[in-house]
Design a protein around this ligand. Structure first.
Ligand code: SF4
Length: 65
């Protein structure tokens, strides 16, 4: 599993970064960046919580490496 960000949807709320700083950050423009897209099995719950926190559904979890 890995995380993908639809940066054009991001509204810079930062909720996701607060919950999952291991994978997500904001760039200089305040838009989300995926700093590490791979998701280990033990991280899945935290990653899903970060994704769910986004009010504009800008983050998705996809199959594959
Ligand atoms: S919660 Fe959503 S809108 Fe907010 S920074 Fe993260 S991806 Fe962007």
């Amino acid at each position: 599993m890995r995380i993908e960000a639809k940066r054009h949807l991001c509204q810079s709320y930062g909720n996701c970064v607060a919950i999952d700083p291991e994978h997500l950050d904001l760039d200089d423009e305040g838009l989300v960046v995926v700093t590490r897209d791979s998701v280990a099995d033990g991280e899945l719950a935290a990653v899903q919580a970060g994704i769910r926190s986004c009010p504009v559904n800008a983050l998705v979890l996809v199959e594959g490496e």
